[in-house]
Design a protein around this ligand. Structure first.
Ligand SMILES: Nc1nc2c(ncn2[C@@H]2O[C@H](COP(=O)(O)OP(=O)(O)OP(=O)(O)O)[C@@H](O)[C@H]2O)c(=O)[nH]1
Length: 273
């Protein structure tokens, strides 16, 4: 079903789009929108009650875009209110706080909530997602690094931005790229343009990098049983090295994953006769 695609318009004509924000409570959704629309930052936390709604106009190339922004409350309590607003959306600003791992881990649940609400005929491929890794000004508390966030976003074909609603870093760039991508999508008959980055690495590479990041020890990292032989370790190493070598793999985090695999192999071989 293609219900969320606004009618294809001639270039130069105005276009009306619907954009929503998603992500856990307190990650900074309202502040990102305020920073862009009102050029200000609100340091006091005022939880969104249900939904906040605003209208703004932006210019993309020769087109005037009327943007209806629905800023969703992130608190689970407001699920019933939120689920009225997922339909007919062209763009989603999906936000997490780089200092709150839970808010990053929750991104899949946010996509699932939207998918469930759109129903079996809903199509998320027609929607532009901009992932905002927010609060990058709080560098001391950061626990989700750029490559982890970028890998998650780009492996799904989503845009990825490092943002701070407090300093304004990354906010204009995010909105400009986001709106251009939505207009491209509308002019492209509702198909999300393929980003260079998402097209250039495989799901296997992305999944392997994530597995390596989450591995508990060197055996686990190489995917061999504790006590494996030199041959088994070397075989597993060679397979991973081919998959992740920085000359072959451009997925975010591949260089670190490759180094970790080299170190894991060295450490294991030291202790195997
Ligand atoms: N340091 C810092 N604080 C931020 C940033 N963005 C938002 N905040 C603060 O984080 C708190 C929550 O911000 P909101 O924008 O209200 O969060 P929200 O995601 O809209 O929250 P809900 O409405 O409950 O869903 C506020 O105290 C903001 O001042 C940021 O980039 N850096």
């Amino acid at each position: 079903m293609e219900a969320n695609i606004p009618k294809r318009k001639e270039p130069g004509k105005s276009l009306r789009i619907k954009v929503i924000s998603m992500g856990n409570a307190e990650v900074g959704k309202s502040c990102i929108i305020k920073r862009y629309c009102e050029k200000r930052f609100v340091s006091k936390y005022l939880a969104t009650i249900g939904i906040d709604y605003g209208v703004t106009k932006v210019q993309v190339r020769d087109r005037e875009i009327k943007v209806n922004i629905f800023d969703m409350a992130g608190h689970p309590f407001f699920y019933e209110v939120r689920n009225e607003f997922y339909k007919d959306t062209q763009g989603v600003i999906l936000v997490y706080d780089v200092g709150q791992k839970d808010s990053f881990d929750a991104l899949d649940a946010w996509l699932a909530e939207m998918k469930q609400d759109l129903g079996p005929h809903g199509n998320m491929e027609n929607i532009v997602f901009a992932v905002c890794a927010n609060k990058i000004d709080c560098a001391k508390h950061r626990c989700v690094d750029e490559s982890e966030g970028r890998l998650w976003a780009e492996s799904k074909g989503f845009l990825y931005f490092e943002t701070s609603a407090q300093t304004g870093e990354g906010i204009s760039e995010m909105f400009q790229t986001f709106y251009v991508s939505i207009v491209d999508l509308c002019e492209n008959g509702g198909k999300r343009p393929i980003t260079n980055s998402s097209a250039s690495f495989t799901k296997e590479q992305a999944d392997t990098i994530r597995r390596i990041r989450n591995s508990k020890d060197s055996w686990d990292m190489l995917g061999v049983k504790p006590g494996a032989s030199r041959d088994e370790v070397n075989k597993a190493y060679r397979k991973l090295a081919v998959l992740l070598h920085p000359d072959k793999c451009v997925a975010p985090g591949s260089e670190d994953a490759f180094k970790a695999v080299v170190n894991a192999r060295t450490a294991l071989l030291k202790n195997i006769k």
